[in-house]
Design a protein around this ligand. Sequence first.
Ligand SMILES: [Zn+2]
Ligand SMILES: [Zn+2]
Length: 207
Amino acid sequence: MWNSQLKEWGNSSLLKQQNRLSIDHLLQLREVYGNLRFERKEIFGGLPYNPSWIRFRYLKKGTVRTLGLTEFKTTTIALHSDIFDYSNPLVLKGLFHHELLHLVLGKDVGHNRLFKRIEEDWEEYPEYFRERGKFVRAIEETARKNGKMFRYECPNCMKVLLRTRKMKPESACSECCNKLNAGVWTDSYVLVNIDNGGESLDSLHDQ
Ligand SMILES: [Zn+2]
Ligand SMILES: [Zn+2]
């Protein structure tokens, strides 16, 4: 069943358009799934042997803020495409672990205390948490270099803000407006885009 599904996914150009995973990446997830089922028997042990009951896809290319998501209606897990080739495979494992927990615990649980307790109870969690932080910084840095993130600087307090979307022109530093201008906008604190020598960018593909 798994193999025929792989073939189907690999061959259909329509499915490719829907961001279906490459066969290599599916196999990677299949292996991680097997390990998680074994290593966290108390949570995942009762799940089917094959992950073919889950649909997988990539998040939209260039996504910066989101690393993974679960769609309950369609039993779909979407993952950031850069995770698969990241140097430390624990990031992929931990993310899959997180999304799989969502599927097992259900939509209503969300990220509540129970969810967090179970997630953090995983023995690899502390290391995963650290490695995920490194991964996030790496993709943010790449996104910034590719012009998908925007850096703004307040001319007054010199604080730098990172945004995945271009801010409205004339956006001002809220901290300075609040502190120094009774919460009222003033052009003295209008943020300056500091990417590309201060020119503003128009191409933003994130989301
Ligand atoms: Zn989540
Ligand atoms: Zn400021």
